[in-house]
Design a protein around this ligand. Structure first.
Ligand code: PLP
Length: 435
């Protein structure tokens, strides 16, 4: 049931039409089972041959997970989705769905630290090269593309710099070359729909704003259904050559009518990579994410409103040298933020303290309400001093390149009363300023 297009309605009704078809339960049931009884041997054979789509084994598919998948796909304007055990797994599988050893992708240095590590170190072990373009010069994506380039990858609002990725510009370059754009939209659900701007695939760490309550780890891949994997067969061999692991199936030639939409990417990710790599989400965690989704529009707006107020408060604070928040950007950065972020400027605020590293650490150590954690997307306000934690393995020079200065603090503004947030920040800043 995806007839509604308003996000506030989709998060409540997408993926389950009024009630669970087997039990009439209004809340989405947790189907806590590993396997599903086949009706007979023909039914089993049809499911395995993909002549009919249906539940076989929860590693690959599960009715609770399916509601989550349909809901997030509808929210992102996609045709299908595959839920996974973590956001990191969603990034990994989205890229492995296109790349073999010897292939490459083009991304940007402005990435979540875990994705950076995956790209620079672990993918290297798999023989997949990641090249780094400059998102301020979208043409560099095209310049770094060669015959072995299978995808582009970006984050909608990468921290710490919070400069919004030029989705349409990079997607356009990719379309001309047959290269799909994969967007990590973890930080900008609802406010940005990368598929509307030309992205082929969207991934999320469900762990963050979609879950919202900091209680479960999960990820999801959304297939837009609008990328033609067969237009340039040499560009996407995994979708144009027979797959020996699936009776010689050519994934790009799956008949869309049989699947309800051209969702070859999602089907291959599920029946090949989820089957073989096994990073399945648990139905219990899917249930938690479904609960989170139901209030996402309310929560996300509250996060954004508070974040803007916090940013404006910090601008006037004498302990703060610089505030990094898209509403405060100027020139092209502001234009890009306005173009892609429809409902506000996001929930993350960066600030640089005048007192440098010493002040940064003192600020964190003197917070009374705000949590000191390496997470984002919780309903509670979170803070971290990247230079002494998430980025401490990098040289000072590399920290600077990533936008992390010694006095930089990342705040993920929560939905407490904004006065309580600014009061806690203010008292910690006053102590930090004297450190
Ligand atoms: N993408 C972004 C933007 C993130 O911030 C994170 C985690 O912090 C991830 C992906 C990875 O998600 P997970 O922690 O669910 O594996």
């Amino acid at each position: 049931m995806t007839d509604y297009s308003n996000a506030e309605t989709l998060v409540l009704h997408g993926g389950q039409y009024r009630s669970d078809p087997s039990t009439n339960s209004v809340a989405v049931p947790i189907y806590q089972t590993t396997s599903f009884q086949f009706n007979n041997t023909d039914h089993a054979a049809d499911l395995f041959a993909l002549k009919e789509l249906g539940n076989i084994y929860t590693r690959i598919m599960n009715p609770t997970n399916a509601v989550l998948e349909e809901r997030v796909a509808a929210l992102e304007g996609g045709a299908a989705a595959v839920a996974l055990s973590s956001g990191s797994s969603a990034t990994t599988i989205a890229i492995q769905n296109l790349c073999s050893a010897g292939d490459n992708i083009v991304s940007t240095p402005h990435l979540y630290g875990g994705t950076w590590n995956l790209f620079v170190n672990t993918f290297k072990q798999f023989g997949i090269e990641v090249r780094f373009a400059d998102p301020e010069k979208p043409e560099t994506f095209g310049q770094l593309t060669d015959d072995k380039t299978r995808a582009y990858f970006g984050e909608t609002v990468p921290n710490p710099k919070l400069k919004v990725f030029p989705i349409e510009e990079v997607a356009k370059i990719g379309k001309e070359l047959g290269v799909p754009l994969i967007m990590d939209n973890t930080v900008a659900p609802l406010t940005c729909r990368p598929i509307d701007h030309g992205a082929a695939i969207v991934i999320h760490s469900l762990t963050k704003y979609i879950g919202g309550h900091g209680n479960s780890i999960g990820g999801i891949i959304v297939d837009s259904g609008n990328f033609d994997w067969t237009a340039n067969p040499g560009r996407q061999p995994l979708f144009n050559e027979p797959d020996p692991s699936y009776h010689g199936a050519v994934w790009g030639q799956l008949v869309p009518e049989a699947l309800g939409a051209p969702i070859a990417f999602a089907v291959r990710a599920r029946v090949v990579l989820l089957r073989d790599l096994g990073s399945a989400i648990s139905p219990m965690n899917s249930f938690n994410f479904i609960q989170g989704l139901e209030t996402l529009p309310l929560r996300y707006n509250a996060h954004q409103k508070n974040a803007k107020k916090v940013a404006n408060f910090l601008v006037k604070h004498k302990a703060v040298q610089q505030v990094i928040y898209p509403s405060l950007f100027e020139g092209n950065d502001k234009k890009t933020a306005k173009k892609y972020l429809k409902t506000g400027y996001g929930p993350i605020v960066g600030m640089v303290l005048r007192g440098g590293a010493k002040a940064g650490k003192a600020f964190i150590d003197n917070l009374k309400m705000v949590y000191h954690v390496a997470n984002i997307g919780d309903v509670r306000t979170l803070a971290i001093h990247p230079s002494s934690t998430t980025h401490s393995q990098l040289s000072l020079q590399d920290q600077f390149k990533a936008g992390v200065t010694p006095g930089y603090i990342r705040l993920c503004v929560g939905i407490e009363h904004v006065d309580d947030i600014t009061n806690d920040i203010d008292q910690a800043l006053k102590i930090a300023d004297k450190a």
